[in-house]
Design a protein around this ligand. Structure first.
Ligand code: C2E
Ligand code: CA
Ligand code: CA
Length: 260
């Protein structure tokens, strides 16, 4: 579709639904586990946004997040998500005192002029001990467009104990040649790697990622682990933390508060 054409009726309906969800704070959050491979111990939970619409039913974030980014609605959407995360955090930490909570942040939101002011105010509203257990996930592609002001903002967050996670690592425009200059603490290896581990070249790349992150004391989370075989292969080559359907699908807060 060219830009001059009318948006398809699905896109139009979704756009309307997004605007309504923003006005009514009509998003839900699910949390997905991150587990230590060796022990299966829960070490993290990633907050993932959910949208249900009357007209279209459940819509995947793979569809509505890009639309929110392209229509300028992403800052409002993520501010609603962060407000909900702030309400959930005390309950989650009362139940799981040692887990880290990850939140996804879009490049379009971080690049907004008032982002760092907003995020400082959000952090100030949280208990100080909670701030140190937060991870902000930013897709690798976003680091391509990094400005000095952006670097400064991320460094200030890191100084408060927040870890910056480079999400979907290896899936798009690679930042490999500048990796040593970028402000991040954790790499999240894109799910395609775990899912193609039986290919010797993919296996070698994952092994190399495990080795270099260990050498430089960078965290590594391997996403998309779906089978026991993938988990065992990753353990054999020294993988530490994984996220994927093998350990559980994203689930609402109530699920997590009923566990243990
Ligand atoms: P992501 O950040 O890479 O999140 C992981 C996605 O992979 C989730 O999809 C999760 O359900 C899925 N996943 C986890 N384990 C497995 C597995 O073993 N196999 C497979 N096939 N998939 C797995 P989900 O929830 O549909 O979210 C899609 C994307 O939408 C997220 O990808 C993230 O980029 C974006 N997203 C979701 N919530 C937010 C948000 O609040 N803000 C922003 N900026 N993006 C969000
Ligand atoms: Ca993520
Ligand atoms: Ca990811």
């Amino acid at each position: 579709m060219t830009q001059q054409e009318e948006p398809s009726s699905r896109v139009h309906t979704l756009q309307q639904a997004l605007m309504v969800a923003i006005q009514t704070h009509g998003f839900r959050l699910h949390y997905q586990a991150q587990n230590q491979l060796q022990t299966s111990q829960l070490v993290g939970l990633e907050a993932l946004c959910r949208l249900h619409t009357n007209a279209l039913g459940d819509v995947s974030p793979e569809e509505f997040i890009p639309l929110a980014e392209n229509s300028g609605l992403i800052p409002q959407l993520e501010q609603i998500v962060l407000a909900q995360v702030a309400r959930d955090l005390p309950l989650l930490y009362a139940h799981y005192p040692n887990v880290r909570i990850s939140v996804n942040l879009s490049a379009r939101h971080i690049a907004a002029p008032d982002f760092f002011t907003f995020i400082e105010a959000w952090l100030t509203g949280l208990p100080a001990n909670i701030v140190k257990q937060l991870d902000f996930e930013i897709t690798e592609t976003c680091f391509q467009y990094i400005s000095p002001q952006f670097v400064q903002g991320l460094q200030a967050l890191r100084q408060r104990g927040i870890r910056i996670v480079m999400d979907d690592f290896g899936s798009g425009q690679s930042s490999l040649s500048r990796l040593h200059t970028l402000p991040f603490d954790v790499i999240k290896l894109d799910k395609q790697f775990a899912q193609q581990l039986d290919h010797p070249m993919v296996h070698a790349i994952v092994k190399a990622a495990i080795e270099f992150t260990r050498q430089f004391n960078i965290g590594l989370v391997i996403e998309g682990v779906e089978t026991l075989q993938q988990s065992q292969t990753l353990q054999a080559i020294g993988g530490d933390i994984a996220q994927g359907f093998l350990f559980g699908k994203p689930a609402p807060l109530s699920h997590w508060l009923q566990q243990q």
